[in-house]
Design a protein around this ligand. Structure first.
Ligand code: UT7
Length: 335
């Protein structure tokens, strides 16, 4: 069995910055509420007329990650793409990456695990590398939320949180089993699927029915029971980080860098306090990008690395929780 390690990281966010004040012109909200409850100051929303989508943003991030890995697109053996906002209902975005990057006809797999999407995706890629089936895998997380949000006061509890963006990494084979990804931990609890959901269009409630229902039916907008999700998030985040540390004989103090899914700064701060982490041991960028769901962990990991906050030998922990419910962690000895 091999290990896998990250050898290239990249990110792409749309140019268009949307501040909290901009949102207050669309709906009844304000900068103070958004900052106090979420920590978010601004987010990126794709502007009409650009070519940005989940697939194209993912491709832009992927090109950077492949170049930084010192590889070319022809070296990539497999693609794993995590998103809840694919360009098409089907096929998924993975195949679009194969085409957009003009790659050989490698396999492409889409992961649908929302906020935990990137953690699940990297775990899947890790398994393929461990068994020796593939050597270099491109893992992408990308989201185009803004076109699917209810930007009226009715949707303010959800819409102010989400942002658009993409991140990517290249995983490669590592012969030393004490380096790279040490373990991944994945969980789900489907009984809470309807607590954070886009219910339609689904095959049981298809487009003509939604149109016929008119204004009454807004099941195509994201619904979130925010307080309920928040309460579960803080518990599951903590559990799954501890699970990962214990599996590897590590203590809280051994964490050099925790990259939590950027759901809400208050959740990250709760975890930071609980694990007694200093500001140097946790990375947050929700202030700038909002919650980019499957892209959030990989955008944050990329930025932390770009800012020199991750060094060889560091114990890096990725953790996520979200719709499903799904949650997971990844323990990495940075190599
Ligand atoms: O990434 C996937 C996982 N997602 C999460 O982890 C998100 C978890 N949940 C949260 O982050 C928080 O629950 C929210 C940020 C979504 C909401 O914060 P909250 O402190 O739970 O607020 P709330 O939903 O209890 O709403 C409090 C009040 C309500 O007014 P009343 O009923 O007290 O009069 C809302 O109508 O705030 C009102 N409100 C707003 N006011 C101004 C809700 N959204 C807004 C808004 N601007 N955008």
């Amino acid at each position: 069995m091999y290990n896998s390690k990250i050898i290239g990281l990249g990110k792409y966010v749309p140019e268009n910055v949307v501040t909290n004040d901009d949102l207050s012109k669309m709906m009844d909200t304000n900068d103070a509420w958004i900052q106090e409850r979420t920590g978010i100051q601004e987010r990126r929303w794709i502007k009409e007329g650009t070519d940005d989508t989940s697939a194209t943003m993912g491709a832009k991030a992927a090109r950077i990650a492949i170049e930084r890995a010192g590889l070319t697109k022809d070296d990539i053996d497999f693609i794993v793409f995590a998103t809840l906002s694919p360009d098409y209902y089907f096929p998924g975005c993975g195949v679009q990456i194969q085409d957009l990057l003009d790659m050989p006809t490698v396999g492409a797999l889409d992961v649908r695990n929302q906020c935990s999407g990137f953690v699940y995706a990297i775990s899947v890629a890790d398994q393929f590398i461990k068994t020796g089936m593939y050597k270099n895998i491109l893992v992408i997380g990308a989201e185009y939320h803004s076109n699917g949000l209810d930007k009226t006061t009715r949707g303010r509890g959800v819409s102010v949180i989400f942002g658009d963006g993409a991140g990517a990494c290249v995983l490669t084979r590592e012969e030393d089993n004490k380096k790279g990804i040490l373990s991944t931990h994945l969980h789900s609890e489907g009984k809470y699927a309807d607590k954070l959901v886009v219910a339609s269009p689904s095959i049981k409630h298809w487009v003509p029915e939604i149109i016929e229902a008119g204004e009454e039916d807004i099941s195509y907008y994201p619904y979130m029971d925010g307080t309920f999700v928040f309460k579960h998030a803080v518990v599951r985040f903590s559990e799954v980080i501890v699970e990962g540390l214990e599996k590897n004989g590590l203590q809280k103090e051994d964490i050099d860098m925790l990259i939590p899914h950027q759901a809400n700064l208050r959740i990250a701060q709760f975890i930071q306090k609980k694990f007694r982490l200093s500001d140097d041991q946790i990375f947050n960028n929700i202030m700038k990008y909002g919650n980019t769901t499957a892209a959030s962990v990989i955008i944050a990991l990329t930025e932390a690395w770009e800012e020199g906050k991750i060094k060889t030998g560091d114990n890096v922990v990725l953790a996520a929780f979200g719709s499903g419910f799904t949650w997971g962690s990844v323990i990495i000895k940075w190599a």
